[in-house]
Design a protein around this ligand. Sequence first.
Ligand code: M6R
Length: 631
Amino acid sequence: MAGCRLVRVGRVCGIVGYVGHRQALDVVLGGLRRMEYRGYDSAGVAVLDGRGELTVERKAGRLANLEAELELAGPGRFTGTAGMGHTRWATHGAPVDRNSHPHSDAKGRVAVVHNGIIENFAGLRAELEAAGVELTSDTDTETTAHLIARAYDAGPTAGDLPASVRAVCRRLEGAFTLVVTHADQPGLIVAARRSSPLVVGVGQGETFVASDVAAFIEHTRDAVELGQDQVVVITRDGYTVTDFAGEPAQAKPFRVNWDLSAAEKGGHEYFMLKEIEEQPEALANTLRGHFTDGRVILDEQRLSDQDLRDVDKVFVVACGSAYHSGLVAKYAIEHWTRLPVEVELASEFRYRDPVLDRDTLVVAVSQSGETADTLEAVRHAREQKARVLAVCNTNGAQIPRESDAVLYTHAGPEIGVASTKAFLAQIAANYLVGLAVAQARGTKYSDEVAREFAELEAMPAAVHRVLSTVEQVRALGRDMASSKAVLFLGRHVGFPVALEGALKLKELAYMHAEGFAAGELKHGPIALIESGLPVVVVMPSPKGRAVLHAKLVSNISEIQARGARTIVIAEEGDETVRPFADELVEVPAVPTLLQPLVSTVPLQVLAAEIARTRGYDVDKPRNLAKSVTVE
Ligand code: M6R
């Protein structure tokens, strides 16, 4: 059966491995705490002591459950300076103890943690069962533990853990990161990756592997980005990288440009609340260095000006909030470049045979850079010869690796599952793409590009002002916490903001929320309006968009007349709308295309406060994980 496409068993998980001079359990648990945003269905650790003993503990539920279990086990059971850990988001195979990682072979000599999908696991499982191996979980991962143990015990790779891991990797199909230990090899850990994230952290007398640099940022900022189909062996003295065939391979060192404080709550109750406050900085960092000598400059721009001049249409592909950032940017990119811009849900893109050729620019927007749907859209676009530019917040992630060019958002680590600062940074970065294309195509004069950039540069201060006035929104959130549903309305760039506001409320507060283009209201949704229903309206500027403003005022009066409770986000000094607003939230006046950067912020705060009031975990909403590496 190997080679067939079988049921997808996948997960978005956080994995960490350590060899060094400290107690591995402390390091591994610290890493897991900072990676729990990647999944919180179960957690587990394995520690190797220097005498050939491998101790494993794993527990369904949040990391706190595992920590309680470890506490019960008492100190001493987990001494050792090499170890690994895992935090899981289950998509198949119930989140119970026996499906939790690490998985082991029958003798308990090998431990494996895994992120990704082994698509041919059913065939491998059947092969193992035919050989008399008893599998104790429903996962694909367990097969790798048995296969590695067998490769290590006999045959051409006997006694050689890296070679055994490589041999098994050559047989695996799908996307995976594996971290492997063997009780006979206490001084080393082997890790492998294909289409799933893995970075190495290089410290003084200690080395780390992890899904995310956040896992080891406390100890070192020197990191190495592994390439596709590479295996790394870490010891306390360093690391060596090969391909799956065992040939030496190159990996890319880099220095992490943020520190531990960025990955910690810094006194906030939730990461999301901290990340909302970090938005001015995220915007400033994303824009910094992108306007030099009168020109907009992109980052790793492997597209020439001629390539950009040749572009005759643009697709933005993304999921969730990143998709909404594309919807916002469409207005600006079309306006500045005079090119048609399509914004597509990445999960739909490649299934509808989009018209792509080498003059198509596909902008793939992803905070994590590992979203499976967006990655597949990138692959599809490149197969069709389109040029792909990634907008990404994660250095060296798979999506930028597979794209022709990359523009990094420098929002810093976003730990809360709900996207906030990354969303605002994505809008800014998408705008930079629009300006770069307009500049190359000559649809904007250089002084116009400079003016647009200067307006963008003023946005961190504007967002800062919004943040200083959100207490009113918090009070409103507490007041709305018992509502059954909330509608969001907007027009023009306010429409994607309405969609984003509704998404935030759904994912955080588990409340029915819908975003509509206000003009669509009378084509159906107005039937939803009933007495007391909260409707959040994102107003355009009365000066910048007077016609739209007038139309939206009419829409508000229509819903108010039918009993809705209107909550209006409007520009400071917008007196016309005041009589129609049961609650008025004012945001600073900014150019129309930049309005989403200020009007989204109150909606984030509102959703977070409603979720808090309802007693939900704002950072870890149920059923979700930060990166979605399954389709
Ligand atoms: O990492 P990505 O930007 O590719 O993630 C895309 C979506 O999964 C993400 O924006 C998701 O919708 C957020 N939870 C929304 O807050």
